[in-house]
Design a protein. Structure first.
Length: 317
């Protein structure tokens, strides 16, 4: 969305939550005692507001780097291997001794519901280092998804966002499970954010408004240049200087919506990286999310950019 001041070394730098997701489908009830049952599928894959975003962005063809942390354990080694297999730069993802890798068990029901069992781990102890700040000055897009991380120094965070803006990067922001202090943290960074992308539930928690347009207006008033409210099956609401636009979701056979929000964000950034207007980029985001929803885990049935673009074109209204 802005010209870059220095030659970028990555298309997108994602900063924030990185987890290992262990998913099973369908699981409508646990067997009693030590009994067993057969299910259709199990997936083990990196996820999280930064990790899942990075995996989808890389699958869509963007040169992607990640700032987060894993534990120095088997899960951490698996996460790192999986990210490397997709070409993601994990130089800024340290393995922390004495802490487990953040992980989530998700028994996906036959109706698509997704109760979560999460073990907090190393990802929430990530830090923004000088190397991360330098990387922020050498990327086309910065996706900030570290709201609530315990060890984020506000001064380092602000320097990181400033470095990206000064270099001409477009800055997007997402969050997960905002806590009581989230609004203050978000208000502090929104003036540096080009596109804020909360879910409707998150926007309602932050603003008190159940109506997407009212929630978006409240968040724009805090300084964001654009706000995209993700409304699940109702699509997304895009609000900004050019007014408010509703973009419908695609009708698909939903298996698992676990990473659809991250997929939408990554698809939208990919569209912007193609030089498309924001509304058109959002349509690629909805196509990407629709492909992810039809399978299990972070990537679902997503295969790459040509497939997502074709789905967008086939469903153009």
């Amino acid at each position: 969305m802005r010209g870059h001041a220095v030659p970028p070394s990555t298309d997108v730098l994602a900063i924030g939550l990185l987890t290992l997701d262990i998913l099973g489908h369908p699981i409508d009830a646990l067997p009693e005692g030590e009994a067993g049952t057969l299910i259709e599928g199990i997936e083990v894959i990196p996820a999280g507001t930064a990790g899942g975003f990075a995996l989808v962005a890389a699958t869509l063809g963007l040169k992607t780097a990640l700032v987060s942390a894993v534990g120095n354990d088997r899960m951490g080694r698996f996460v790192r291997l999986s990210l490397h297999e997709h070409g993601i730069d994990t130089t800024l993802v340290p393995s922390l001794d004495g802490f487990p890798t953040s992980a989530t068990i998700l028994p996906i029901t036959s109706q698509g519901h997704r109760p979560t069992l999460h073990a907090v781990g190393a990802s929430m102890l990530m830090e923004i280092t000088e190397a991360a700040i330098e990387a922020a000055a050498r990327t086309r897009f910065l996706h900030y998804a570290a709201i609530g991380a315990f060890r984020i120094d506000p001064a380092a965070r602000d320097r990181c966002l400033h470095a990206a803006r000064a270099a001409g990067a477009t800055i997007t922001c997402d969050l997960i499970a905002p806590g009581p202090s989230a609004l203050a943290e978000i208000a502090a960074i929104l003036p540096a954010i080009d596109i804020f992308m909360p879910s409707l539930a998150e926007a309602r928690f932050l603003t008190g408004h159940a109506d997407p347009a009212a929630a978006a207006a409240a968040l724009l008033a805090l300084g964001a240049r654009h706000c995209i409210i993700k409304c699940g099956a109702a699509g997304v609401l895009l609000a900004g200087p050019n007014g408010t636009h509703s973009i419908p979701a695609f009708t698909v056979n939903v298996i698992d919506t676990t990473s659809c929000g991250d997929a939408f964000c990554a698809g939208t950034v990919t569209g912007l990286a193609q030089g498309w207007p924001l509304e058109q980029a959002c349509r690629l985001g909805t196509a990407t999310a629709a492909l992810v929803a039809q399978g299990l885990g972070t990537l679902g049935r997503l295969q790459g950019f040509p497939q997502a673009r074709q789905m967008m074109q086939d469903n153009a209204s």
